[in-house]
Design a protein around this ligand. Structure first.
Ligand SMILES: Cc1cc2nc3c(=O)[nH]c(=O)nc-3n(C[C@H](O)[C@H](O)[C@H](O)COP(=O)(O)OP(=O)(O)OC[C@H]3O[C@@H](n4cnc5c(N)ncnc54)[C@H](O)[C@@H]3O)c2cc1C
Length: 451
């Protein structure tokens, strides 16, 4: 797929990948073998009927392809861009055994973009109400999917979101250059046209609680509040000025548009930034910091093979000039006389025996400490679950991961009428898994509300 040149794109926030032309899409679709047992579909958490939509693309029936995809996936333009297809649908593609798998994600993206540009959502109409009310807490992919499926069935759906904008990680975490925000806004606009009501700046558990929602007449509640609580290393210097959690840094850049001069979002244009971590979030933070003008150093305690980030994200980061310091771990952050970050001290590591995660455990090499001059440090070490909803809702149990306990078959929580799904249950996972959970719960909320 055509994309911006690395040396150009590392200075702007426009989308990196430029998308297929109609001709490219048809050619790629014609590579599909239309396998009888459809292994690609089993690799998709929302069971998109992949060979069927690809066959429509191959015939040039892009509108028909869109209908097939959206019968099971309400956010195709998003999934086509951010799903880890290499471990899902494309990972199961028979074409991939001896060569390149069919580019399912790129085709999905093409179809969704084509539909938005050529047909749009102007004709989408409000769906008549069946007289029952459902509340959704959190407007991330899990909540949006549940809201979409419920409104399609005629429920009056109201979404309560703590931020001033809907989208969850799609708007505050994933950067514009991977997922343009007008695409997310379009999907939300479609939900609004169907009749979903959104309330912003409502922290459920603070502004009101789950019981208040039942008292207001909602028949069932879906909780999709994500897992946005950042983790830190608890090392010396983490409270210096210029140390961020990746979520905070990304929120300032993405949600609060810190990269645009016309916004007065407080964000410093650092000269040298260290990003600590080796996952997708670290890659996003590093690539944002680069676009904000910094020299960027990714510090990761294991080796390249152990990095949890998608291979494509690591390659993009390397191409854009980000420097990787693998097998290194920060031990403290040093500051100047005004408490601004001035250096990060690291220690070299080597890999020992595998740990509980199955990956080889990094072991510090004594006496190998060194320092890097930096004026910003971004901690991208993962996130955990915020306990607010569990703590403020009687009868709602916690699972072993510290998330909300659900029945895996139905998404039902231990409190009657409450369902949950997405990162709030599993901890940090993927967009499509969150959507799958929203879908499952919506189906069972429907059953529950019809009893
Ligand atoms: C930087 C970053 C990059 C990522 N990149 C990818 C990627 O490329 N591909 C991929 O598949 N996955 C990616 N992920 C993971 C993916 O985004 C998440 O797994 C997914 O968004 C989870 O969806 P969710 O709806 O469960 O939660 P979220 O997206 O976290 O949405 C939860 C929503 O609930 C709101 N909320 C929280 N508490 C309350 C409350 N008490 N009251 C009201 N509202 C509340 C939050 O503000 C938020 O809007 C990434 C994650 C991050 C952080």
């Amino acid at each position: 797929m055509p994309s911006q040149e690395p040396d150009v794109r590392n200075k702007n926030f426009k989308e990196v990948a430029l998308g297929y032309t109609e001709e490219m899409a048809v050619n790629e679709a014609q590579r599909c073998l239309n396998c009888k047992n459809k292994p690609c579909v089993t690799g998709c958490p929302v069971n998109v009927r992949i060979p069927e939509f690809i066959a429509k693309v191959a015939e040039g029936d892009f509108a028909g392809a869109y209908e097939v995809i959206t019968s099971t996936n309400s956010l195709p333009a998003v999934c086509g861009r951010v799903c880890p297809q290499e471990t899902q649908c494309e990972g199961k593609c028979v074409r991939g055994i001896k060569g390149e798998p069919v580019a399912v994600g790129r085709l999905e993206r093409f179809v969704a973009d084509w539909h938005r540009e050529h047909i749009g959502n102007d004709k989408v109409e409000k769906i008549p109400s069946n007289g029952k009310k459902a509340a959704v807490v959190g407007a991330g992919p899990a909540g949006l999917t549940a809201a979409g499926d419920l409104v399609n069935k005629g429920y009056e759906v109201t979404v309560f979101e703590s931020l001033h904008k809907e989208g969850g990680v799609l708007v505050y975490g994933i950067p514009e250059f991977r997922l343009p925000k007008d695409i997310v806004a379009y999907e939300i606009d479609t939900l609004r046209k169907k009749g979903v009501t959104f309330y912003h700046n409502v922290v459920v558990g603070r502004s009101l609680d789950i019981q208040d929602l039942f008292d207001e007449g909602y028949d069932a509640v879906f909780v999709g509040t994500g897992a946005g609580l950042p983790k830190f290393m608890n090392i010396e210097g983490e409270n210096l000025v210029g140390v961020y959690s990746a979520n905070e840094y990304l929120t300032r850049i993405n949600l609060m548009k810190g990269y645009l001069d016309e916004y007065d979002t407080p964000i410093k244009k650092h000269k040298q930034v260290a990003v600590v971590g080796g996952g997708n979030v670290a890659m996003d933070a590093a690539r944002c910091a680069k676009r904000m003008g910094a020299e960027v150093h990714v510090i990761y305690r294991r080796g390249r093979d152990e990095m949890p980030a998608r291979a494509e994200e690591i390659e993009h980061a390397e191409e854009e000039g980000i420097q990787f310091h693998l097998l290194n771990n920060p031990v403290r952050i040093l500051g100047d006389e005004n408490n601004y970050v001035s250096q990060i001290e690291c220690i070299k590591m080597e890999l020992g025996e595998p740990d509980a995660s199955g990956r080889r455990r990094p072991v510090a090499i004594e006496g190998s400490e060194f320092t890097l001059d930096v004026d910003g440090v971004i901690m991208a070490l993962g996130t955990s679950l915020n306990q607010l909803i569990v703590d403020t809702t009687e009868g709602l149990d916690e699972n072993a991961r510290g998330g909300i306990q659900i029945d895996e078959e139905t998404g039902a929580c231990t409190r009657e009428g409450v369902f949950a799904g997405g990162d709030a249950v599993t901890g940090a996972a993927t967009v499509i898994k969150a959507m799958g959970a929203g879908k499952l719960a919506a189906a069972h909320m429907d059953e529950y509300m019809q009893k």
